[in-house]
Ligand binder design. Structure first.
Ligand code: PMP
Length: 389
């Protein structure tokens, strides 16, 4: 059976067009972008070109709004800590949805040590943020509100324009983690009313080792990493030119092909969902319609996500069971708990994220492997007595 990779939310292959574009920046134009000689200038030009392509993907006001970082985690830390600490005189409160990535939640928790208050906004059973609650807990002291564009574990797309209206009406800053959504659905930071937005290279078919933070003109942020003052003083450290050049090209390709690729993936996703839901006691997680075009996520009663993942891998099908980033802990996913699942329900999850290599031909193979996996695990499960009832 051919390998079927369905874990694009955890990591994507680098697009060969991206690799061809960025390769010279490893071998030939390898200068330090801060060096004034010609090899340094070649690298500097690559970075500025990438900045402009990324600004294009999200319709930013200009390329200077894009700050490169080493990862999306770093961009989220800069957005949360950098904005909170720079605006401390305005207030000491930060707010996030309960289903944010840990790279948003953990910096907010850490800010509590600096005397900040940190509150989370609940989501409903489909993962949509509670707008009334958001409206009621924002105060003039809230220096950062962070709501993701779409969730990486359950695929739900958040009503960002409505969120932004609430936050902006109170004159506050909105940060949006768009790692899961960028390159999948259109994002327009100006129309959406976003102040800070996080992107990741490796979630756009770019190389690992680059992320970016969009900072709207006039928004005040302070650096988290201190050093040589690169990236307008907001992120010191020699830029990863290969990854940044690749991220720019990946953003350009994504912008050009997004619509066509989404139209191709949606019927594959929907057929996959229809087939997998034929398995007894299986449930879709996340929103049934407001979901990312490449995202199908499920939970199965009586079995464990880790065993599902390993069993599917025996068919050479790679899936995820929640966020790869927090899989080192055996705790159930905070996202699945936030949508109201009990601990035992949250353990049986399987997340399929499709990509450029996915085709409709994969659907019968993946559905059959899922069916066989679930049956086998249920037969072995200590909870199987209940299952056989
Ligand atoms: N935000 C979201 C929504 C993510 O899914 C991830 C992981 N892909 C991150 C942030 C962090 O990305 P990274 O681990 O590449 O820094």
């Amino acid at each position: 059976m051919p390998r079927i990779y369905l874990d694009h939310a955890s990591s994507m292959p680098v697009d060969s067009r991206v690799f061809d574009f960025a390769k010279p920046y490893l071998m030939k134009s390898h200068g330090n972008p801060s060096s004034l000689h010609s090899v340094g200038l070649e690298a500097r030009r690559a970075i500025e070109e990438a900045r402009s392509k990324i600004a294009g993907l999200i319709n930013a006001e200009n390329e200077n709004t894009i700050i490169f970082t080493g990862s999306a985690t770093e961009a989220n830390n800069l957005a949360v800590k950098g904005t909170a600490l720079r605006n401390i005189t305005q207030g000491k409160a930060v707010i996030a949805s309960a289903i944010e990535h840990m790279s948003v939640l953990n910096p907010m928790k850490e800010l509590q040590k600096n005397g900040f208050s940190f509150l989370t906004i609940p989501v409903d059973s489909t993962g949509v943020v509670d707008l009334k609650k958001l409206d009621s807990i924002l105060t003039k002291n809230t220096v950062v509100t962070s709501i993701m564009y779409a969730n990486n574990e359950i695929g739900t797309i958040e009503p960002i324009q409505e969120v932004s209206k609430i936050v902006k009406d109170k004159g506050l800053y909105l940060h949006v983690d768009a790692v899961a959504a960028a390159g999948r659905i259109p994002i327009d930071v100006q129309k959406d009313g976003i102040d800070l937005l996080t992107l990741s290279s490796n979630d756009l078919y770019g190389p690992q080792g680059a992320g970016a933070l969009y900072v709207k003109p006039g928004v005040k942020v302070q650096s988290v990493l201190l050093g040589g003052g690169q990236e307008r003083g907001l992120r010191s450290g020699t830029e990863n030119v290969f990854a940044i050049a690749g991220m720019g090209e990946a953003a350009r390709i994504a912008q050009q092909e997004m619509k066509q690729e989404s139209n191709r993936l949606i019927p594959i996703r929907d057929t996959l969902i229809k087939e997998i839901l034929k398995i007894e006691k299986s449930h879709l997680t996340g929103h049934p319609t407001q979901r990312l075009p490449h995202h199908a996520s499920f939970r199965f009663s009586y079995i464990e996500g880790e065993s599902i993942l390993l069993n599917m891998d025996m068919y050479d099908i790679q899936v995820s069971t929640g966020s790869a980033c927090s899989s080192k802990t055996l705790e159930p996913s905070h996202v699945l708990l936030a949508i109201g699942l009990k601990h035992e329900e949250a353990h049986g999850s399987m997340v399929l994220t499709l990509g450029r290599s996915t085709s409709m031909d994969d659907v019968p193979l993946v559905s059959k492997a899922s069916y066989d996996t679930v049956q086998r695990l249920r037969n072995l499960s200590p909870m199987s007595k209940e299952w056989r009832k």
